[in-house]
Design a protein around this ligand. Structure first.
Ligand code: DQQ
Length: 556
């Protein structure tokens, strides 16, 4: 049988991260080696940010010994890796300590609720608390003597009951939380309540359920201000100044769906705006490689911050050779947009501390078919913000959405072929001759009674390497017929490109593995393949410095 000691030796021998690492990131969060997936229980506590994450200490692949990795930071950008917070040790979590959340109880007492895969591989919920609250880094955690505190209820599969949310407290003093669940192809967000955080009772109806989604993984439920402010709000706040967001990760689709709506605590009901006759929008946090996200309220800066796991798109063999797999997005501030219909996301301001060596372009016309290099920065690690001035939208080509598949509109052919307004955007992680590039672009269409914009992150030409998954991510959204400009920001970091369209209204994260566009051989271009000119109203680009990732001496 595989013992921990033998796995440790595998860890130190086979999976040490090799020296040459073209895809290891400079400023996105990564553990020193091995596999990482979901963010777990991020929190701000007494001056320190804590980040926990699903981690396999023994291999760069998902495994049956998943632990809660733990790192701390003063600014959410530079990190110190600590020993694991919790690892499988008891019959109730011996097959893995899966995802969960942290709630800070009165008296400033953080408590972890996590899913254990027990000795029968049934999913149960468990608690853990810090051993020593006066340790600034909360290095050690102890499991609760009454674990497991919840086992799968009837009507739910025994291996489909996991990922408890941060709890919130009602005006009656009771705690509530949601657990993701499934029954067949039906996903459920089960709602529980408790007076003491240890004994939990189910409400008769799920908070939300949906067919054909598969398991609702990693639900998140939080209030957002209606007023259009970027400020966040603590998870227990419930009053007329907030709406609520319910997010679930649809296992069948591997995408982050969310609903904006109203929470009625007296009936323990969440009603999405759609059901109240509001806009019928399919809301997805990020259309690319971004999953199992988790948010927390940052008391230090009065904001809500969201993290998401960006998984590799290379092969398992590549991951074994790299010695690691999985990144976290740059933490994103989230708020409700002024229309009250959808969330906005923007990289936290602290990431700007890494900006160096600014290059600016202003008022430059990009005629149809033109391409312009943004030179003078380290294009393999960069932050780029560009504002494009649009031509008259009336000239846009017509599409009948019922006949045109938006997926086809983003195919490679369309990325490079001329349209009327667009495609225009950036070629990131591009080789000098552009044979390798990831195109992040917009293209505008006139649809019956409205204008729509297609945003794509197309990595079909991102690498000359074979056997990689090289697809494209895309979405179509409405734009104002009077719209004069459109903005794009890209955080480029060696094997990840996080793109924010329309100031954070649309997000797409891509993972790419160039073979030529590495280090100093990476280039950045702005392009316009539309017949109509667009103007670079303003472009600012920065090289990004490397973030610091330290490791405590005692780390395993
Ligand atoms: N990952 C965890 C589960 C969760 C899934 C296991 C989502 O708790 O449902 O690592 O990526």
């Amino acid at each position: 049988m595989e013992t921990k000691a033998s796995l440790d030796s595998i860890n130190s021998n086979k999976y040490m991260v090799p020296q040459k690492q073209p895809y290891r990131t400079w400023y996105h969060f990564q553990p020193p080696q091995n596999w990482m997936n979901d963010p777990n229980g991020p929190m701000y506590y007494k001056g320190v940010y804590h980040f926990f994450y699903q981690f396999n200490p023994y291999a760069p692949t998902f495994g049956r010994h998943m632990v809660w990795g733990h790192s701390v930071s003063y600014d959410l950008i530079n990190w110190i890796h600590l020993n694991h917070a919790i690892e499988p040790s008891e019959s109730y979590d011996i097959n893995g300590c899966y995802s969960g959340s942290i709630t800070i109880l009165p008296g400033e007492k953080p408590i972890i609720m996590y899913t254990g895969s027990d000795s029968n591989k049934h999913q149960v919920q468990n608690l853990a608390v810090p051993k020593n609250l006066s340790d600034t880094f909360l290095r050690e955690w102890e499991k609760h003597p009454q674990n497991p505190i919840l086992i799968p209820p009837s009507g739910v599969e025994v291996d489909g009951f996991r990922d408890p949310t941060t709890a919130w407290q009602g005006s009656d003093g009771k705690w509530r939380m949601i657990i993701g669940a499934k029954n067949g192809d039906e996903g459920k967000a089960l709602l529980y309540h408790s007076e003491d955080f240890v004994n939990w009772k189910p409400f008769p109806n799920p908070m939300y359920a949906s067919e054909n989604t598969g398991m609702f993984e990693c639900p998140d439920f939080f209030p957002v201000y209606i007023s259009g402010t970027k400020n966040g709000v603590d998870t227990s706040v419930q009053n007329s100044s907030v709406k609520h967001v319910l997010k679930t990760s649809y296992q069948n689709k591997q995408l982050e769906y969310y609903f904006v709506g109203d929470y009625f605590p007296d009936q323990e009901k969440f009603v999405p705006d759609d059901d109240l006759g509001g806009p019928n929008l399919t809301l997805i946090l990020d259309h690319g490689s971004f999953y199992a996200s988790k948010s927390f309220f940052d008391y230090a800066k009065n904001r809500r911050i969201l993290w998401g796991w960006s998984q590799e798109c290379d092969t398992t063999q590549d991951d074994n050779e790299k010695g690691w797999a999985g990144l976290q997005s740059i933490p994103r501030q989230v708020w409700l947009d002024a229309s009250g219909k959808m969330l906005m996301q923007w990289p936290i301001e602290e990431v700007e501390k890494l900006r160096d060596n600014q290059i600016s372009i202003k008022g430059e016309k990009l005629a149809g078919g033109s391409i312009l290099e943004v030179s003078g920065i380290t294009a393999s690690q960069a932050d780029v913000e560009v504002l494009f001035e649009l031509p008259e939208l009336e000239n846009a080509e017509f599409i009948d959405e019922s006949e045109v598949d938006p997926h086809l509109l983003c195919s490679e052919e369309y990325a490079s072929r001329s349209g009327i307004i667009g495609p225009f955007g950036l070629l990131a992680l591009a080789s000098e001759d552009q044979t390798e590039h990831t195109a992040i672009f917009f293209r505008i269409y006139r649809a019956p009674n409205r204008f729509v914009c297609l945003m794509c992150s197309d990595h079909r030409r991102s690498s000359l390497r074979q056997n990689l998954e090289k697809s494209s991510y895309r979405t179509i959204f409405d734009i104002d017929p009077k719209q004069k400009t459109i903005s794009l920001r890209c955080l480029i970091d060696r094997s990840i490109i996080e793109s924010f369209g329309e100031k954070g209204r649309i997000c797409i994260t891509s993972r790419v593995y160039p073979s030529l566009a590495i280090d100093k051989d990476a280039h950045l271009y702005v392009f316009n393949n539309g017949r109509q000119s667009v103007v670079i109203s303003e472009l600012n680009a920065w090289s990004m410095k490397q973030a610091e990732f330290g490791q405590e001496q005692s780390i395993k």
